[in-house]
Write a new protein. Sequence first.
Length: 226
Amino acid sequence: MDKILIIDDEAPTLTMFRLILGAYGYTVFTAQNGKEGLAIFEKEKPTLVLTDIKMPGIDGIEVLKRIKKLDPETQVIVITGHGDMDLAVKALNLDATDFINKPIQRQTLDHALKRAEIRRQLAADRARVVSVDTQDDAVVIKIRGSVTTQHETLLKNACDSALARDKPKVVLDFDDNASISGAGLDILSHILETGKAQGRQFVITGLQENFKNLFEQVGLADFIEE
C-alpha cells in the first residue's frame, strides 16, 4: 500500500491519523515538526503528505515548497484552522492538492485522499483535466484533477469551444475530486466575467463544500448553482 507522511506538532492529531490511515491500509509515518518530516520524506519517499500549516520552526508552507522541489508529483494536503483561508489559498497556489480544516471531519479527509489519488492518476495525462460536451440546451465544461496556471490555455480553449457551440448556457462542472489553485481561480474569474459581459449564462456546479466557501469568498457566489 502507499506510504503516507503526517506532519503535525500535536501528538493527539498524529495518533488519530495513524489509526485512521493505518486502518485504510496506508503505511503511515509521522513527524511532530517540519524538520523531522522533511528528513522522513527524503528517506521514505511517500506518495502523499499531510502537513499542518502552522507549526513552530519550519511551517507547513515551507514544508510544501521543499517537498514540491524534491518531487513535484508528491500529493500534499495541508491542514488548516477555520480562520486560515488565506494560508489555504497560498498553499493551493504552491500546488497543494487540497486543504482540510481542524477539527478533521472523516468525510472531508476521505474526499481529500480520493482527490489526491485521482490527481496521481491524471498526472500522466494533463489534457484530460478539462473537456467539453454538449447536453441539451447547455455546453458542459467538465473539470477534473487540479486547475492551476498550467491549465490556463486549456480553460480558455474550452471556453471558446463552448461559446462557439451557441448554446444559451455554459456549465462549469467540477468533478468530486477536482481542486483549484488561487491562480486557477483568477483564470476562472476572468472567463466567467467575460462570458457574463457577452450576455451568456455561466453556472458552476459540483463544488465540494470547502471549495464552495472559497469561491464565495472571492466573489463568485452568484455563479454557483446548488
